[in-house]
Write a protein that binds this ligand. Structure first.
Ligand code: KIV
Ligand code: NA
Length: 268
């Protein structure tokens, strides 16, 4: 497993950092076997596996439940877990307490928080010994305010994001996720920080990339955001398999001799 310092070293060595989300045992196991540098137990699980229309409904218990399953599937991959909506905005004390408790109960290697409102929580959590990943640009927990669209498109907003990125680095964040921002801005932020940036919808100039498992492998999700490339198609594989199964049970093809226990317990 990579350490936080090794991930920071990868930036210095210009070696790209790979990250994918995982929410359960099989996706974690596949990600570890495929050699991903890092896994994110994203609160996107609210949409991808729980069927909510945003990440806002996701709870601490949801995050712990899924992170533990991921840990069992990928015990040797650096794993980041998201702080859910509402768990770090009421007060710094409560926020820090929740970061510590999520870190402790999930078994993750780092905890991720969205936005610039949590700089003090980052500072205190890092002082307490928790590696913290920051997340700027489009922050899905705020889509009710921002909408699901590219952020920081004006010079003023872009300059603010550069400043904010400096602030989270200064507070002690060990990585920064940049979501849905112009590529030249992501490049500028990346060049101005000594911690790695992980981009999603932020172009090729970041130190690493992250994609949502269910999007990149087309598993349950069918409308992909502009910045997602499909690397697989679980939807068609599942549809094909399930329809064939129905057909074969209805027509008596399944189960066949090969899938049936042959031992006889009754006299003929
Ligand atoms: O929850 C998530 O999947 C994320 C990534 C999009 C970075 O936060
Ligand atoms: Na997230």
């Amino acid at each position: 497993m990579k350490t936080t310092n090794e991930l920071i070293q990868m930036k210095r060595d210009s070696e790209k950092i790979t990250m994918v989300t995982a929410y359960d045992y099989p996706s974690a196991k596949q990600s570890e076997a495929a050699g991903l540098d890092t896994i994110l137990v994203g609160d996107s699980l609210g949409m991808t596996v729980l069927g909510y229309d945003s990440t806002v409904q996701v709870t601490m218990d949801d995050m712990i439940h899924h992170a533990k399953a991921v840990r069992r599937g990928a015990p040797d991959t650096y794993t980041v877990v998201d702080m859910p909506f509402g768990s770090y905005h009421t007060s710094d004390d409560e926020g820090v307490g929740n970061v510590l408790s999520l870190y402790q109960s999930s078994g993750a290697n780092a905890v991720k928080l969205e936005g610039i409102g949590c700089v003090e929580i980052i500072r205190r959590a890092v002082l307490a010994g928790v590696p913290v990943v920051a997340h700027l640009g489009l922050t899905p927990q705020s889509v009710g305010v921002t909408g699901f669209k590219m952020q920081a498109g004006s010079l003023k907003e872009a300059e603010k994001l550069v400043t904010d990125a400096k602030k989270v680095e200064e507070a002690g964040a060990c990585m920064l996720v940049l979501e849905a921002i112009p590529a030249d801005l992501a490049e500028k932020v990346t060049a101005s920080l000594s911690i790695p940036t992980i981009g999603i919808g932020a172009g090729a100039g970041t130190d690493g990339q992250v994609l949502v498992y269910h999007d990149m492998l087309q598993y349950g999700s069918d409308r992909l955001p502009k910045f997602v490339k499909a690397y697989g198609d679980f939807n068609s594989a599942a549809a094909k398999g399930l329809m064939q199964y129905v057909k074969e049970v209805k027509s008596g093809i399944f189960p066949d001799a090969a899938t049936t226990y042959k031992k006889r317990v009754f006299e003929k």
